[in-house]
Design a protein around this ligand. Structure first.
Ligand code: PGA
Length: 247
């Protein structure tokens, strides 16, 4: 039995004031009844750690450097994230892959660094529109997934979460249909099962890409969709709550 996990990816949004209002509003609502996490910009992680303290909402970061420490100006290490209270970190988001040169190999190293610090990586995979139209979706997401499993090993991958985020659905308002998403999630789960039956059973596979209160229930009803990674709609506490509780 995999518990639903819903993760807010705030991207480069927020302010001290807006974050405080978000936390106040979200925590005033009844328990969401699922695992929930907020991935905030790194400068706000300590603020969010204070605001979420004592609640059931976990804290996450949006990226991490693959090295332990050293001359990497501007970067943040997994140990630093752990120290500040992060239990999750997103790795391999398509924006990082497309805009900041994160390769499959670097994403795998980031996941490994996170695991070494005791943080659960949320490994993002997803195809572009061109790749989908060329019939390459499953090959692309499998390659992205295998790169990480190959580096961290099947045993440690049990502490990872996968997020399927078709690039064409992110921030476009065009979510994948539940059926399209389910097909890819099932393929990802089969890939996990090839390594170990337990991995297929245990690892949560989230869907991300234009999830809103109005479409969350139908997506989450699919057998291999274990929750969501939410961008735009997670900026409003009420919308995020409605997604968490959608049924
Ligand atoms: P979106 O973003 O919900 O705004 O489409 C999802 C994501 O990029 O994680």
């Amino acid at each position: 039995m995999r518990n639903r996990l819903v993760v807010a990816n705030w991207k480069m949004n927020g302010s001290l004031e807006a974050n405080a209002r978000w936390a106040e509003a979200f925590l005033a609502l009844e328990d969401a009844g699922c695992d929930a996490a907020v991935c905030a910009p790194s400068v706000y992680l300590s603020q969010m750690a204070c605001l979420l303290k004592g609640s059931s909402v976990a804290l996450g970061a949006q990226d991490v450097n693959e090295f332990e420490s050293g001359a990497y100006t501007g970067e943040v290490s997994a140990r630093m994230l752990a120290e500040i209270g992060c239990s999750y970190v997103i790795v391999g988001h398509s924006e990082r892959r497309a805009l900041y040169g994160d390769t499959d190999d670097r994403v795998a190293l980031k996941a490994k660094a996170a695991l070494a610090a005791g943080i659960h990586p949320i490994v993002c995979v997803g195809e572009t529109l061109e790749e989908r139209e060329a019939g390459e979706t499953i090959a692309v997401v499998s390659r992205q997934l295998e790169a990480v499993i190959g580096k961290v090993g099947a045993e440690d991958f049990a502490r990872c979460t996968v997020a399927y985020e078709p690039v064409w659905a992110i921030g476009t308002g065009k979510s994948a249909t539940p059926e399209i998403a389910q097909e890819v999630h099932a393929a990802l789960r089969a890939e996990l099962t090839k390594h170990a039956a337990e991995l297929g059973d245990k690892v949560r596979i989230l869907y991300g890409g234009s999830v809103k209160p109005g479409n969350a229930a139908s997506l989450f009803a699919m057998p291999d969709i274990d929750g969501g990674l939410i961008g735009g709609a997670a900026l409003k506490a009420q919308d995020f709550y409605e997604i968490c509780t959608a049924h």
